[in-house]
Ligand binder design. Structure first.
Ligand SMILES: C[S@@+](CC[C@H](N)C(=O)[O-])C[C@H]1O[C@@H](n2cnc3c(N)ncnc32)[C@H](O)[C@@H]1O
Length: 306
């Protein structure tokens, strides 16, 4: 293998120099520093139930994160200097991924962007904090929102963040209102991916980016009950995006296996900290997903609205 190359599931690719370079960096704290007290202004949270909102299978998981030092320890020890501590993701996004996403979004203080499938909100909050932009966290899982709201307050970002119930294919946001959309490890769950791409193209203004990490699934996933996803590029192109970057982040599979093995090894602690329901959900994920990884590939995508 030559310099600058890395092995991937689809052959060898040239890794962009800045990507490799930033992998060696130690973590810098973003302006989203937990513990900062903000003014007591209330967040705007859309609380009306959305007719298409799926069953909230994430409730026990998000409550579990708030209660479990063990979960945080597993993530920290797996990702080490690549762990985005301020974002505390429920997924596999690294500090390097988030930096690349922020770079592609290129937001300024007058911009509004969205984090779609925002979960506990930390990923979008970090980028909003860094760039001074306003954030709309789009969520399908109401259970995550108290945690996301608390984090926004701790970061002092409550004045420019709101959380909005919606779905990739049906955000209920106005056309062209966003400078960009980010999403970490959620897009694969969109029930209708072509419709979701069209909706992203509708809400992002011309020149803005849809930036996401997700998985291709070479075969259907039994664990997630999802059909195969072979390639996001054709549907993004049809929806009106030019795909500028489409890359497999180095080392994702080794880290993911390590993290899932950590969850299995810590089963007893997790049961004690998050309760039986949450712990069972984590264990099912940690035991089933590794078997499916040979048929999956993680990708980081930057698609520009033309
Ligand atoms: C693995 S979590 C990732 C959460 C967050 N982005 C992070 O990295 O911490 C997947 C998220 O996708 C959301 N989700 C699932 N189906 C969705 C859909 N159709 N539209 C938007 N979000 C969805 C879930 O509610 C969950 O928060």
């Amino acid at each position: 293998m030559g310099p600058g190359e890395t092995a991937t599931k689809r052959g060898r690719v040239l890794v962009r120099p800045q990507y490799r370079q930033s992998f060696g960096e130690t973590r810098q704290r973003t302006p989203c520093t937990l513990g900062t007290t903000g003014s007591p202004r209330r967040l705007t949270i859309s609380t009306l139930p959305h007719p298409d909102t799926p069953v909230d299978r994430y409730a026990a998981i998000y409550d579990g994160f708030a209660q479990s030092p063990t979960l945080r320890r597993i993530w920290v020890t797996t990702y080490r200097e690549y762990y985005p501590a301020d974002a505390e993701p429920y997924g596999f996004v690294t500090l390097t991924d988030l930096r690349r996403m922020a770079e592609a979004l290129a937001l300024g203080p007058h911009d509004t962007f969205a984090d779609a499938g925002c979960g506990r909100g930390g990923t979008g909050l970090c980028i909003a904090g860094q760039r001074g932009a306003s954030l709309i966290g789009i969520y399908t899982s109401p259970a995550a929102i108290p945690h996301a709201s608390a984090t926004a307050h701790e970061c002092g970002l409550q004045g420019r963040v709101r959380f909005h119930l919606g779905e990739f294919a049906r955000t209920r946001l106005a056309a062209g209102m966003l400078a960009g959309v980010m999403s970490t490890d959620a897009f694969l769950f969109a029930p209708d991916l072509p419709a979701a791409c069209r909706e992203m193209a509708r809400i992002i203004r011309a020149g803005g980016c849809f930036v996401f990490t997700s998985f291709e699934l070479f075969k259907a996933s039994t664990h997630f009950q999802l059909a195969p996803i072979h390639d996001y590029r054709p549907m993004l192109a049809v929806a009106g995006f030019t795909v500028e970057q489409y890359e497999e982040p180095p080392d994702w599979e080794r880290r993911m296996r390590l993290l899932l093995a950590g969850i299995v090894a810590e089963a007893a602690n997790l049961r004690r900290e998050v309760g039986d329901v949450g712990a069972a959900s984590f264990q099912q994920w940690a035991t089933e997903r590794p078997q499916e990884l040979p048929d999956a590939r993680r990708v980081l995508v930057v698609a520009r609205r033309t």
